[in-house]
Design a protein. Structure first.
Length: 256
């Protein structure tokens, strides 16, 4: 894969395959090392895009994974699986018992089941396997869209899951690039840029998931001496979507 292909790609599977190869040492030697837990963070970000149909247990499972996986992976996975299990049962029962003559209700039941299954994928031990939960999350997003689309032909959902839309897969590619950055242009972060102001802003952004302060973070980094175009542009580009695991925020916080 070339850098141009990386930036233009609209298929998460293609990007993930490229990253998987690099994580196994099959990529170019000059690219930055990949933290495997970033694969899980990508799947979690995809699941949060369908948060409106997630059960409490599913949401709590995602919280557990985000909070604990970096240092206490086994504990995080056990907690997440324990809280997600009844949520999955509830979503499955809802799909089994839904009135299938009701188009909207059936699509929403499918969305809940798919979204819960995507959360379950996030709890897999290998982060590279967890990342594949993106596909079910994208299917869930498409089911939600169809449930809300009252202008569509009143067609009942078929027995097969809805294929994900290109639009949702494209958004997921943006999320993946926000987490992994551009592997063709590795960034060297100078600890001197980690000023008190920059660190405080990054902590707030990370903990609150409020990324509206990203341009302010860029100002703080620049005041501390950072002139790296990749970093400053990533913070100031209003067209970008940021999520927990954003490579710039994690660099400031010193996360792998």
């Amino acid at each position: 894969m070339t850098e141009q292909e990386w930036l233009a790609c609209r298929n998460p599977k293609t990007l993930l395959c490229s990253l998987f190869a690099r994580s196994r040492g099959k990529g170019k030697p000059e690219v930055a090392d990949l933290s495997e837990e970033r694969f899980r963070l990508f799947a979690i970000a995809c699941c949060r895009r369908v948060a409106q149909v997630l059960e409490f247990g599913d949401t709590y499972a995602l919280d557990c994974l985000e909070i604990y996986t970096r240092k206490r992976l086994r504990e995080a996975l056990m907690k997440a699986r324990r809280f997600r299990r009844p949520a999955g049962t509830s979503a499955s029962n809802g799909l089994s018992n839904v009135d299938r003559t009701n188009r909207t209700a059936t699509f929403l039941a499918q969305a809940r089941s798919l979204a819960s299954s995507a959360v379950w994928s996030c709890t897999k031990s290998k982060p590279t396997q967890a990342a594949m939960g993106y596909h079910e999350a994208a299917q869930a997003a498409e089911s939600i869209r169809l449930a809300d689309d009252h202008t569509a032909t009143p067609k009942l959902p078929g027995p097969n899951w809805q294929p994900p839309s290109i639009a949702e897969l494209t958004v997921q590619c943006h999320l993946l690039r926000d987490i992994f950055g551009n592997p063709f242009r590795p960034v060297v972060f100078d600890p001197a840029w980690r000023s008190d102001t920059a660190l405080s802003l990054a902590k707030h952004i990370y903990e609150s998931r409020d990324f509206s302060a990203m341009p302010i973070l860029a100002d703080a980094l620049q005041e501390a001496g950072c002139e790296g175009d990749e970093i400053l542009t990533h913070c100031r580009d209003e067209s970008l979507t940021h999520v927990r695991g954003c490579w710039v925020v994690d660099l400031v916080l010193g996360k792998e």
